[in-house]
Design a protein around this ligand. Structure first.
Ligand code: 13P
Ligand code: SF4
Length: 323
């Protein structure tokens, strides 16, 4: 029996004994995705955290995701196998900065991407994910000013698709911001005919939308793009690749995404837009750390009650609109 197998078996034993569920984001290393009970994007992982009957959630993702699970299910024990697993995008705005921004726009509606801290969510009216941003913005009355944060590329995408004027915080994810239009152009020249699937956090999103992709500018489109470019959340990428007639795809997002795409589509070929689009935080979680987390009940993520109550309102509003 190999070492890896025995770690996986121990994990399996403990998850049953503790009535634990292991949730993993699509960017996790393949070994972690493969032992998870459920793998998905930010929205589906939140929904899972809300509906699971497990007593313990081992969250294989980054900190804001584990915090979100704890906000949604405060009665459950939420564990993250490595506390260092942060997110540069979530660090792009603090609650103090948001309060100052709000004071410059009294009465504005605040839409915060799920990649934010619990304190920032608590200061927000709506939470959104990459798969719900358009619907959330569209649900807000036309006469309202909107503050959208913290990702400027997702914000520009939402503004373009909905036709709404948004105030956008100038934050970015260092991994996605590094995926530029020239990377996509180069891949296209090597793989003509491949479908381009782009996460809207990418640095190339805005120019791709404006230059050639005919994303609906009047708010009537679904915002997913046309022709051979699609703008999708990580979960949307899997659903799309399964049903698409294309046989080759260029994937513009964190490279962990290639594993679930290939697993779900063994007859199709996927190329990363950039081989170095790697989120070091997502890769911090290993099978050994998942095992240790279950053995020692570490590291528990808890959000102070008052913050969690306010933050939950913004998440619930998103779930009401989009589920
Ligand atoms: P998804 O919700 O599309 O999985 O995105 C999460 C994320 O962190 C992207 O970098
Ligand atoms: Fe955060 Fe970017 Fe990593 Fe996603 S890929 S978790 S946005 S740092």
């Amino acid at each position: 029996m190999t070492e890896r197998k025995s770690v996986a078996e121990k994990i399996d034993f403990l998850r049953k004994e503790k009535n634990a569920v292991i949730l993993a984001h699509n960017y996790q290393i393949p070994e972690v995705q493969d032992i998870a009970d459920f793998t998905g994007d930010s929205l589906s992982l939140s929904q899972m955290a809300a509906t699971t009957e497990a007593d313990v959630i081992v969250f294989c993702g980054v900190n804001f995701m584990a915090e979100t699970a704890s906000i949604i299910s405060p009665e459950k024990k939420v564990l993250i196998p490595d506390l260092e697993a942060g997110c540069t995008l979530a660090d792009a705005i603090t609650a103090d900065q948001l309060r100052a921004w709000k004071s410059e726009h009294p009465g504005a509606v605040v839409v915060s991407y799920i990649n934010t801290t619990a304190e920032v969510k608590a200061e927000s009216d709506y939470c959104c994910t990459s798969s719900t941003a358009i619907k959330v913005v569209q649900s807000i009355p036309e006469d309202k000013e909107i503050l959208f944060l913290p990702d400027m590329f997702l914000g520009a995408y939402a503004a373009r698709v909905t036709g709404r004027k948004l105030h956008i915080w100038p934050g970015e994810c260092h991994v996605h911001a590094g995926i530029r239009t020239r990377d996509l152009e180069e891949m296209e020249s090597h793989h003509p005919g491949a479908e381009m699937i782009v996460h809207p956090e990418c640095g190339c999103t805005t120019s791709l939308m404006y230059e050639s992709m005919n994303v609906s500018a009047n708010g009537n489109g679904n915002g997913n793009g046309n022709g051979h470019v699609k703008f999708l959340s990580t979960g949307g990428m899997i659903k799309h690749a399964v049903t698409s007639d294309a046989k080759e795809f260029v994937i513009a997002t964190e490279t962990g995404m290639l594993h679930p795409l290939r697993k779900a589509n063994p007859d199709k070929t996927f190329y990363p837009a950039r081989e170095d689009a790697v989120c070091r935080f997502m890769k911090m979680i290993t099978l050994d750390k998942v095992l240790k987390s279950l053995e020692e009940d570490i590291f528990e993520v808890r959000v102070p009650e008052a913050t969690a109550r306010l933050a939950k309102k913004s998440i619930d509003r998103m779930l009401e609109i989009t589920v």
